[in-house]
Write a protein that binds this ligand. Sequence first.
Ligand SMILES: [Fe+2]
Length: 400
Amino acid sequence: MTDCIEDVLINQYKKVRQQTLNLCKPLEIEDYVVQPSADISPPKWHLAHTTWFFAQFLLSKYCADYCWPNVQYPRLFNSYYKTQGAHWPQPRRGALSRPTVKEVFEFRAQVDSRVVELLASFNDEIPSDIQATVQIGLEHEAQHQELLLMDIQFIYWSNPTLPVYHEKHVDLENTRYKKPINYKLFDEGLYTFGAGGEGFAFDNERPQHPHYLQAFKLAQRQSSNREYLEFVHDGGYSKPSLWLSEGWDFIQSQQIKTPLYWHQNAEEYFEFDLSGLSLLTLDAPVRHISYFEADAFARWAGKRLPTEFEWELGAEQCKQGQDVHGTLWEWTSSPYAAYPGYQQPEGAFGEYNGKFMYGQMVLRGGCLATPRWHYRSSYRNFYFPSKRWMFSGIRLAENA
Ligand SMILES: [Fe+2]
């Protein structure tokens, strides 16, 4: 007997929600609350905010008797949805000792049981608007699972004791990083980009549309720590000619001389990650660099960053044998903007992506912290060009 759509959705819901809890298992209670920088959210906030999403958009709308555990929760755990009322300022999320971590776990459990109850209550098929809300809530949760790991790494790095989140379980060292980069040629032409079809995609991936590309070459692997170290040793961070104007001002004002998590001790470089501090692995992809650094490195190498369209063509045509989905998000030279014909959704979900289409750059691919089911070649991630705490890397391109 096959599962009905109700069971499929309920099982998917439980699985995704449980995964967020699994990611928190290595944490100590104190880890849940701190916010060492305005960009970072305390793990407790991620746990509560992803739950707020279902309480706000599903339970408050479809369960007449739903009652928040505390009248302040909608304000404390709304991130940026102005249509949903006031929200607590992001830089002050770490100022909240209450609700406690225990209360936030109780909030999650309460919301989970109400959501499952709601989904199980339909005798016929679950109404499509409810299915769509659960789906976007789970995609949202997946995004926060990645943010949670990014933030935990930064929280641990901000502590001089440099705690370890987990033992090393993925080795990024690979012999392919020892070999020179191969570049694959792509012919000029009119190609189709963006998400089509029925499957889930965020509004910013639609509509599917044609876009003309000149011939170009795309690197068949990401740039390595060894290559980036050459850039560092060659004075890459002290040559203004390599940098965008704003990038130069940024590295000068912040005294930036290496990727975010590198530590130098005498002549040796170490790197911090979720497995703690270890000697920099040279034959592994360079990570935690800003757009400005990626762009300067590319210029130093006599190459450039790919546009997001070049990247997507590369991903679509090289699904076998290319590491486009999996290690690090890759900076593209494309500003985050609406595709031709983009339609911002009506209502609160119109705030999900559209209002951020200014001043940010697109990253493509996915990273080790991205849930596998969440990858898509059309997926568009975006960050401000100075940000470095996400799992970002570099793939070079050049004109043919
Ligand atoms: Fe969110």
